[in-house]
Design a protein around this ligand. Sequence first.
Ligand code: HEM
Length: 152
Amino acid sequence: MKAILLLSIVSATSVYILIFVGGLVTRAGLGLSAGIDWPIPAQGLFPTSENFLEYFHRAWSGVVGLFIVGTAIFAWRGRSGITRIALLMSLATLLLVGAQILLGWLVLQSYLHPVVVAAHNNLASAIFATSIATVVLFSMPQKGPLQHAVAS
Ligand code: HEM
């Protein structure tokens, strides 16, 4: 399996886990359990049993960010050999994740305002959609010698 396809699958899986944990944080009413300071919570670097889920959500969002950045870098560096739509989809995912991290910060600063939390939830669905689309696009045939010849 090509490295970029594998990385896009790992990224989409990490997004799914983050959405699952985010849902748990909300349902358990733990949204502000680590305070509103970000990225480093005022309680310090290490979680307690009360705020573990919120810590994990924040920390895992950093891991997700790294996977998505990695996928986008791979796609950009190999752009001459992949379809334009696959490149655009991985860059779109990167853009949405950047926005989501800012929105996550706003979720905290707004003290979980319902509109901001709803926007955070919707954007999470969009990120999952584009990361799955990235997997599908990378699993399809990429630019071959013939397509290169036609394009040039
Ligand atoms: C790619 C990044 C992220 C994704 C996909 C994501 C996704 C989600 C999802 C799906 C929820 C559940 C929302 C609901 O059930 O209505 C959630 C909750 C939450 N997220 Fe994120 N999140 C991300 C990053 C962040 C970051 C960076 C922060 C903090 C700086 C953050 C803070 C929160 C908080 C505080 C909640 C709980 C909201 C509440 O209790 O109502 N998120 N997240």
